[in-house]
Design a protein around this ligand. Structure first.
Ligand code: ADP
Ligand code: MG
Length: 252
C-alpha cells in the first residue's frame, strides 16, 4: 500500500498547492503511480493541473457518496499524474461534514478503494484547520508543512503542531511529520536568512535541506495549467522541486 501525504498549513499563500502539484509531478515523472487529491474548495491544484474548476464529479461528490473515488479520478496535464479534482460544491463541505457522525474518517474511507492503485497519494489541504483539513490529516500517513520564509513564518506553526498531535492521539496514531519546507525563499535578504536560521534552530532535522526559492516561473506555471517542472524544467524553481521530491522519497 502506498504512502498518503497531506500538504498542510492553515496559513494561506505559503506554497501548499505549489508543493503538492510539483512534488506530485516529480514523483509521477519518476515512474511512481501518483494521485493528487484537491481537498481545497478553491480548487487551485485542480486548475493548476489543467482541469476545469467546476469538474464533476469531484471530491465533493465523492464525500457525499454521489460518486466513487474511481469515478472522479481524472487525467490532468501531466500524463502520469492522476487527479481527484475538488468539485464545485466542496466549499459547502466544511459546513456539511461536521453534521455527519465520524466525518473525520470519511475521506480516508472514500479513498480506501483506490489506495492500492497508487504508490503516492498527495492531499492538498485548504488554508484552515477546519473539517476538510482534519479529514485529510486522518487520511494521511505523513504531513509536509510548507513555511514561507517571511516575518510571521513561525506564527501559527504551534497551532498546527497542536492539531497534528491531537489528530495523532485521538484519530490517527500513524501520522508523522515528513518535514517542514522553506518556500518562496529569498536567500539574498537578511530577513530570508534570519527566518531560515530561526526555523532550522527551532525544528532542526524536521526541516528539509532543500529550500524552494522565490521564482517567477513557479508563479506563472499555474496560468498554463502546468507544474513548473513541466512549464520550465530548467528553472531554479523546477530544480528545487526535483531535489525536494528526492528528499521526500528518501524519508518515505
Ligand atoms: P497555498 O496553497 O499555501 O495557499 P500557493 O502554492 O497557492 O499557496 O502559493 C501562493 C501563490 O504564490 C501562488 O500564486 C503561487 O503561484 C505563488 N508561489 C508559490 N511558491 C512560489 C515560489 N517559490 N516563487 C514564486 N511564487 C510562488
Ligand atoms: Mg492552496
Amino acid at each position: 500500500m502506498g504512502t498518503v501525504y497531506a500538504i498542510a498549513n492553515q496559513k494561506g499563500g505559503v506554497g501548499k498547492t505549489t508543493t503538492a502539484v510539483n512534488v506530485g509531478a516529480c514523483i509521477a515523472e519518476a515512474g511512481y503511480a501518483t494521485l493528487l487529491v484537491d481537498v481545497d474548495p478553491q480548487a487551485n491544484a485542480t486548475v493548476g493541473l489543467g482541469i476545469p474548476r467546476d469538474q464533476r464529479p469531484g471530491l465533493y461528490e465523492v464525500l457525499s457518496g454521489e460518486a466513487s473515488s474511481a469515478e472522479a479520478i481524472r487525467q490532468g496535464s501531466v500524463p502520469t499524474l492522476q487527479v481527484l479534482p475538488a468539485g464545485e460544491g466542496l466549499a459547502g463541505a466544511n459546513l456539511e461534514l461536521p453534521r455527519i457522525e465520524g466525518f473525520e474518517r470519511l475521506l480516508r474511507e472514500r479513498l480506501a478503494p483506490v489506495r492500492d492503485r497508487f504508490e503516492y497519494v498527495l492531499l492538498d489541504c485548504p488554508p484552515s484547520l477546519g473539517p476538510l483539513t482534519v479529514s485529510a490529516l486522518v487520511a494521511a500517513d505523513r504531513v509536509i508543512v510548507p513555511v514561507q520564509t517571511e516575518y510571521f513564518a513561525l506564527e501559527g506553526l504551534a497551532g498546527l503542531l497542536d492539531t497534528l498531535a491531537l489528530v495523532q492521539r485521538e484519530l490517527n496514531p500513524r501520522l508523522t511529520v515528513s518535514g517542514m519546507l522553506l518556500t518562496m525563499h529569498d536567500g539574498r535578504t537578511r530577513l530570508g536568512q534570519d527566518v531560515e536560521r530561526e526555523v532550522r534552530a527551532h525544528f532542526s532535522d524536521l526541516v528539509f535541506a532543500t529550500v524552494i526559492p522565490r521564482n517567477v516561473r513557479i508563479g506563472e506555471a499555474p496560468s498554463h495549467g502546468l507544474p513548473v517542472t513541466h512549464h520550465d524544467p530548467n528553472s531554479a524553481g523546477a530544480e528545487a522541486y526535483f531535489e525536494l521530491a528526492k528528499e521526500v522519497a528518501a524519508r518515505d
